[in-house]
Design a protein around this ligand. Structure first.
Ligand SMILES: [Zn+2]
Length: 285
């Protein structure tokens, strides 16, 4: 009997440990592809959220759409090279595994077909077996003056919604690249947003700030990192956290069953079902 009690305790200990591990890493085995117009968007607007999702199990990759050749104070080729070098370090600081650069020229995306941008993004969603994306909110409008943000956001959502469909970019489907179902997307923005997800970034704010300090060529002037930190503190104050970032989270193909709210039987429901049952029994009598 004592042995049985001991065995039960051991089982309970391991079951509890496994349960805690599972809840600490809810996204273990899942892949997040971050799609950013510019090399500083993801780190400024979502660095804390991205580091949080990585700490919760996601393996993250970055698809960088433009070369940022105009975001700096010297000639474009050198600016592009410096920004490329700095984003590599910043992404690594956040825990991002690799960067894929599409190298379109920044602030010239109007010259490029949005469908072409979509297909380039779509290729990496398939190749990397993405489960989720993180990008700019394609529905953001107010206060957004940078057309690259909205163009890339629309292309990224289009890619995420259709990566499963072999009719899209069929020539990609060779050499081990297959259609891929993207389940959900997280959207950051600069202006007002329909917030339905709040990240408590208390544990990742310092990582975000360290990443931003790796990008002095784009995240300038020098005091901008402090301004961003204060903004994160102000957002946190709204939700009762030391710091926070917000986003809009969307499911592309309906919510998975394990994400649906549990069916709760309230007393009023019970009464209603009982009354209905009584009526049906009465009718049958
Ligand atoms: Zn930008």
């Amino acid at each position: 009997m004592r042995k049985l009690v001991f065995s039960c305790c051991i089982f309970f200990f391991f079951a509890t440990s496994l349960g805690l591990a599972a809840s600490a890493k809810p996204y273990q085995g899942k892949t997040l592809v971050i799609v950013t117009s510019h090399a500083d968007d993801f780190s400024i607007f979502a660095g804390g959220s991205i580091a949080t999702l990585i700490s919760q199990g996601y393996t993250a990759y970055l698809v960088r759409v433009t070369d940022d050749e105009k975001d700096g104070l010297i000639d474009p080729p050198h600016v592009a090279a410096i920004n490329d070098q700095q984003v590599q370090t910043a992404a690594k600081t956040l825990g991002i595994r690799a960067i894929y650069s599409l190298n379109f020229k920044n602030d010239e995306l109007e010259r490029v077909s949005e469908t072409l941008i979509r297909d380039r993004i779509l290729f990496y969603l398939r190749k990397l077996h993405a489960d989720s994306i993180f990008t700019f909110d394609p529905y953001a409008r107010y206060g957004e003056e940078n057309p690259d943000h909205l163009t890339v956001a629309r292309a990224a959502e289009d890619a995420a919604r259709n990566a499963w469909n072999p009719q899209y970019a069929p020539l990609q489907l060779q050499n081990g690249v297959h259609p891929q179902v993207i389940q959900d997307g997280y959207y950051w923005t600069r202006g007002p947003i329909a917030v339905n997800k709040v990240f408590n970034t208390a544990q990742t704010e310092e990582i975000k700030l360290a990443a931003l300090r790796q990008q002095p060529n784009m995240v300038r002037p020098a005091g901008l990192v402090d301004i961003i930190h204060h903004a994160d503190q102000s957002t946190g104050a709204i939700y009762g956290y030391p710091t926070a970032e917000v986003c809009h989270h969307i499911w592309y193909h309906g919510k998975p069953a394990n994400q649906l709210p549990a069916l709760v039987v309230t007393p009023s429901n019970t009464v209603r079902s009982q009354a209905s049952s009584d009526r049906s029994q009465g009718a049958s009598r």
